[in-house]
Unconditional design. Structure first.
Length: 351
């Protein structure tokens, strides 16, 4: 029997069934893209404050001589995260930061989630969620959600609300014709109480799946549906990348004509936002090199600062190693041979 979510408890629902049982619709809808067109050398950002849930929010410091800071360390092993180095490195999949500054690490190999709050660390097993591959996690209104795919002959994309004990409280299966990008699929919380899954492949190409959980309803969008419009990448000439943030558009150029891409990491309470910009270059010997930076923009699209993500220092690949914290800093999960360190990246003046 299909239940619409109202009270807490273990519930597993299929979106297609829910559409008929809970909202009266029979299929996902698609939001068409609108026809939108559209270097700091200082060591600090003006101390603008905004009210964020009754609290004052101050922008993070920008410092040319600052360095990254280790804020937590998670051991490798049964009480922490799991690694394998051969035949192919595999380990944790994602990092998330709570509104209170706590950390959640998705241990894909060990089928668990590690919570770090201050000096306390706890680990919960996710082995009973019915997911053979864990892809990402996000916090929505204080609740932890995990994105993954089920096993068996037909893989189904499933979003699961997880209790503090690692138990399923609500599981929502996506339609069978919706698949996740094999390389990167992002789960994030939208500003209106919904979940966003970027890298959702359906008819028409890769889109953002917008999942509203109460009542369950799935829509497909060509970007992140913020109140001021869609946020998304736009076609650009080779060697450049364009990103539209509602009514603001930013354009970045690659150095020396290299390949460049950009994706949204998060938005701060003052409306400033952070993009992850990756650039691929080739040296004279034909070797490819990848540089990944977090770039911080003000609400008008001007660059404020940047932070380099230490990709080359990873011992094990992490699909989603970076997360924007409530304090405006970018946090990074760095896998080392004996532990996974959580770094607070230093913002430096944009070049």
């Amino acid at each position: 029997m299909t239940r619409c979510p109202g009270s807490r408890g273990t519930v597993l629902l299929a979106v297609t069934a829910l559409l008929a049982a809970c909202s009266g619709s029979a299929a996902p809808t698609t939001t068409e893209p609108p026809t939108t067109s559209a270097s700091s050398t200082t060591t600090s950002i003006p101390p603008t404050t905004v009210v964020n849930g009754g609290d004052l929010w101050l922008p993070p410091d920008v410092c040319a001589s600052c360095s990254n800071t280790v804020v937590a360390s998670i051991p490798v092993g049964p009480d922490g995260v799991s690694y394998v180095l051969e035949p192919q490195p595999w380990g944790p999949a994602a990092l998330a930061v709570s509104p209170t500054g706590g950390f959640f690490v998705l241990d894909a190999l060990g089928q668990g989630v590690v919570r770090v709050e201050g000096v306390e660390m706890t680990r919960s097993s996710l082995a009973d969620l019915g997911l053979y591959r864990l892809r990402d996690l996000a916090l929505l209104d204080g609740d932890l959600w995990v994105l993954g795919v089920t096993g068996g002959p037909t893989e189904i994309v499933r979003a699961v609300q997880v209790s503090s004990r690692g138990e399923m409280e609500l599981g929502i299966d996506f339609p069978a014709d919706l698949h996740l990008d094999a390389t990167v699929a992002d789960l994030s919380a939208g500003p209106n109480g919904e979940l966003w899954v970027d890298g959702a492949w359906a008819a028409g190409g890769s889109q953002v799946a917008v999942l509203r959980t109460s009542p369950p309803r799935l829509e497909l969008s060509w970007g992140y549906p913020y109140p001021n419009g869609l946020w998304r990448g736009r076609p650009a000439p080779e060697g450049t990348v364009r990103f539209v943030a509602g009514d603001v558009e930013v354009t970045l150029e690659a150095a020396h004509g290299n390949q460049i891409g950009a994706s949204l990491l998060g938005v701060n309470p003052d409306g400033s936002f952070v993009l992850v910009v990756d650039e691929v270059s080739q040296d004279s010997a034909g070797t490819l090199h990848t540089t990944i930076k977090a770039v911080w923009f003000d609400p008008q699209g001007s660059q404020l600062a940047e932070a380099t993500l230490p990709l080359a220092e990873q011992s094990v690949y992490v699909e989603h190693p970076a997360a924007l914290g409530p304090d405006g800093y970018v946090y990074y999960l760095l896998t080392r041979p004996d532990a996974a360190a959580i770094l607070r990246l230093a913002w430096v003046p944009a070049t």
